[in-house]
Design a protein around this ligand. Structure first.
Ligand code: C2E
Ligand code: CA
Ligand code: CA
Ligand code: CA
Length: 275
């Protein structure tokens, strides 16, 4: 059964480029996945690089399909975006992540990914506001991660939405910095609180001079704009020490901690409390 699941998974992977039919099947399944409890979130730590202090977690969505097993978000999120299912799914993510953060003993922050379609959906700001009230999470503990594709869709509307979110006290991070286009002008046009450098720039940053130059430049931009920079995809101690030496403020990646289910976080959480 396992190899069968793997084949279908692969079939889906192809579905990115092909086959309207398998796409329609997945769209249909995604529409019911929330009510069928097939989603859960895992949480990946974000840590200060000078002290190692845990500052919060990024919530990452997981889909456990009854037959196919775990389907990667890289595969199902684009399908959910195209069908509009990402709006109710994203609302579930926000609510679940806020509930989780309220259950933590320390005032760590939680970062949630928000898709373009979701950001531009009707009443998005009201929905976020309602979720904060319902869960009782303090707005300054919520950070929303947005990629540039979310912004270029409708710049004017995106700006209005970001300003309204910030007026609620929510922080906004630019995700995957460097991979989109016109990253620099977007940094200027939008009120971000944090820059997340994409993991592709962090890979071998300690041994590859070109990667190092790019990362140093992004850190310089962050310093100039007064924005903290988070390095994604930190996988080795060499990458970590390079980033710390270059005064990158925050890191995230397998070397600092894998994404894990809510129940497995408590140990980490308590350790911070004790300090
Ligand atoms: P992202 O927002 O850039 O998330 C970081 C991805 O890098 C995650 O993949 C994470 O598991 C992975 N990662 C973390 N540390 C390392 C590392 O050291 N090395 C490597 N190679 N990878 C690392 P994941 O969970 O598969 O998510 C993929 C993408 O799916 C995310 O990229 C995000 O764009 C999207 N996504 C995930 N959850 C959500 C969600 O709730 N809503 C929306 N709209 N998108 C989501
Ligand atoms: Ca993210
Ligand atoms: Ca990212
Ligand atoms: Ca990404």
């Amino acid at each position: 059964a396992k190899s069968e699941g793997r084949d279908t998974y692969r079939f889906y992977e192809h579905a990115m480029g092909i086959e309207a039919r398998s796409r329609r099947i997945m769209e249909h399944e995604l529409r019911h996945a929330v009510t069928r409890n097939e989603f859960h979130l895992v949480y990946q730590p974000q840590k200060k690089l000078d002290t190692g202090e845990l500052i919060g977690y990024e919530a990452l969505l997981r889909w456990q399909h009854p037959e196919r097993g775990n389907v990667s978000p890289g595969i199902f999120i684009p399908v959910a975006e195209e069908s509009g299912a990402i709006v109710p799914i994203g609302e579930w993510v926000l609510k679940t992540a806020c509930q989780a953060a309220v259950s933590w003993k320390s005032n760590l922050m939680v970062a949630v990914n928000v898709s373009a379609i979701q950001l531009h959906s009707v009443n998005f700001v009201q929905t976020v506001h309602r979720i904060l009230l319902e869960t009782g999470l303090s707005p300054h503990r919520l950070e929303i991660e947005i990629t540039e594709t979310a912004l270029v869709r409708d710049m004017h509307r995106a700006l209005t939405t970001l300003r309204q979110l910030k007026a609620l006290g929510i922080r906004v991070a630019m995700d995957d910095f460097g991979t989109g286009y016109s990253s620099l002008s977007n940094l200027r046009a939008f009120p971000f609180d944090k820059i997340k450098i994409d993991g592709s720039f962090i890979r071998q940053v300690d041994t590859n001079e070109q990667a190092a130059t790019i990362v140093r430049a992004v850190l310089g931009i962050g310093r100039g704009l007064g924005l903290p920079v988070l390095a994604e995809g930190v996988e080795t101690s060499g990458e970590l020490s390079f980033l710390a030496k270059e005064l990158c403020q925050i890191g995230q990646g397998y070397y600092l901690g894998r994404p894990s289910p809510l129940d497995d976080l408590h140990e980490d959480d308590l350790r911070t409390k004790e300090k």
